[in-house]
Design a protein around this ligand. Structure first.
Ligand code: ZN
Length: 458
């Protein structure tokens, strides 16, 4: 076995052991913690606490299972040289299906790479399907979160697959073209190209998201007025406020702001708004005696479920936190950090992509396809990716504190606190964490950390 290959395998197992160890530490916390921390004692009832424990234990056990399966899969892929196998398979597919014969041109490489991307995506989707189905229809279902029907799930998977292929195909083609034609400094052009792609994806995030979920403009009412007033007050370039029908998918709740420049939008999950009913659904199914009003001040106690979601004050506090991310340019800081990484990775790639030892170690003896070179490089750079992920997590946690502090400065600390607790309850988050696990895994500070930070007097 070549040292490149044995190195990649060793590193991936070391990281797997480390990740599993961290998960185990958190698992122990789930099992052993019998009491709520003092600041939450009167806010979360015992029943909810036990439910969140059961949900968390189920999730982490599933994580152990899917983790080891994934690890064995990737080991088999490398040991049995499945990457060159699929590369050759895509060649044969083109041969048999389209009657094309292989040539050494760039066009051919692009074509074969696209077929390869398609074939490997289909294969990995199929292989991971049982675990994905189990997670949605057994675990999420058991704890009352799954709202998807089998048909919705299948259609959604198909859409995700198609959209990601349609977006990635031209990007893959362009990358190969740039590498092959860009001369000695191709990595700079590649970097510029990827920069533009990332900006475009950020800019059109809303349009892409609309393919998967139903976005309804938040109807006029108290909530909308207050959000618009907040935006105007802080000069947030709000273009629209949407409610996304997350409830068709799952009852987990959230809110975010997206888009760039003057095209900023605020998106609120319908599950975040207490008592929210889609106005279209109301007009379809109920008589007109209830005014179509999305403001959640309507008091509908009809549902037998314990009421979920936040009231207007709390939603405003949550959105103020989201606007805090915009105010501190967190998106651009994240982008800048990612761009630095791209530049470094592309520069390393430009040194390595013609190295025959790299390719032959993984079973490519005659060809050195660009797309394969990238895949191999990413495996070799796994420790670097791990480090980059860790720094990104640290960055993201500090941004969360900053956004919370912003909401606090604008007088929303108390409502943000109750909102965070409600969200934690609605999403059945377990409120206690192992420090080491949290340091490496959490992109957000834990509930307790956020409450304490909001309580601190400046
Ligand atoms: Zn945030």
């Amino acid at each position: 076995m070549h040292y490149y290959l044995s190195g990649v395998l060793t590193i991936s197992w070391v990281f797997w052991i480390w990740g599993t160890y961290l998960d185990y530490r958190q698992y122990r916390v789930y099992v052993r913690t019998k009491k709520l921390p003092s600041e939450l004692e009167d806010k979360i009832d015992v029943d909810t606490f036990e439910k969140s424990r059961a949900y968390s234990i189920d999730k982490v056990r599933f994580g152990f299972l899917s983790g080891i399966i994934g690890q064995i899969q990737s080991t088999l892929v490398l040991c049995f040289f499945l990457i060159p196998y699929f590369w050759e398979l895509s060649n044969q597919l083109m041969n048999k299906t389209f009657g094309f014969t292989k040539s050494g041109t760039i066009e051919w490489e692009i074509f074969q790479s696209l077929v390869f991307t398609f074939v490997t995506s289909v294969a990995s989707t199929l292989v991971n399907l049982p675990l994905s189905i189990y997670s949605t229809f057994v675990i999420e279902q058991r704890h009352g979160f799954n709202k998807q029907t089998a048909a919705f799930y299948a259609w959604d998977k198909l859409k995700k697959f198609s959209v990601s292929f349609i977006i990635s195909a031209p990007v893959v083609a362009a990358i190969i073209y740039i590498v092959r034609n860009g001369g000695p400094y191709f990595f700079l052009y590649l970097w510029l190209f990827c920069f533009v792609v990332v900006l475009l994806l950020t800019f059109f995030h809303g349009e892409i998201a609309a393919i998967f979920d139903k976005f309804t403009s938040l109807p006029a009412g108290q909530l909308r007025d207050r959000i618009e007033a907040l935006a105007q007050d802080v000069k947030f370039p709000l273009s629209n406020i949407f409610v996304v029908e997350g409830s068709k998918r799952s009852s987990h709740s959230n809110a975010y702001q997206s888009g760039m420049f003057t095209k900023k939008r605020i998106v609120i999950y319908d599950t975040l708004i207490e008592g929210y009913h889609n106005p279209e659904d109301i007009s379809e199914s109920e008589s007109t005696d209830r005014n179509v009003s999305a403001s959640n001040d309507c008091k509908q106690e009809k549902s037998t479920e314990k009421s979920k979601g936040c009231n207007n004050d709390e939603i405003i506090a949550v959105l103020c936190h989201e606007i805090g991310h915009w105010y501190h340019s967190h998106l651009f800081k994240h982008l800048a950090f990612a761009e630095m990484n791209y530049l470094l990775i592309f520069a390393i790639f430009s040194k390595l992509y013609n190295d025959p030892t790299l390719y032959s170690a993984f079973g490519f003896y005659e060809e050195r396809p660009v797309i394969i070179g990238f895949a191999l490089l990413m495996m070799i750079l796994a420790p670097y990716a791990e480090l980059q992920g860790f720094i990104s997590t640290l960055l993201s946690r500090s941004f969360e504190y900053q956004a919370d502090a912003y909401a606090k400065r604008r007088g929303h600390a108390e409502k943000l606190k109750t909102a965070l607790i409600k969200l934690n309850i609605d999403n059945l988050g377990f409120p206690i964490h192992d420090d080491l696990y949290s340091t490496f895994n959490h992109s957000h500070p834990t509930l307790i950390q956020r409450l304490r930070a909001l309580d601190k007097t400046d």
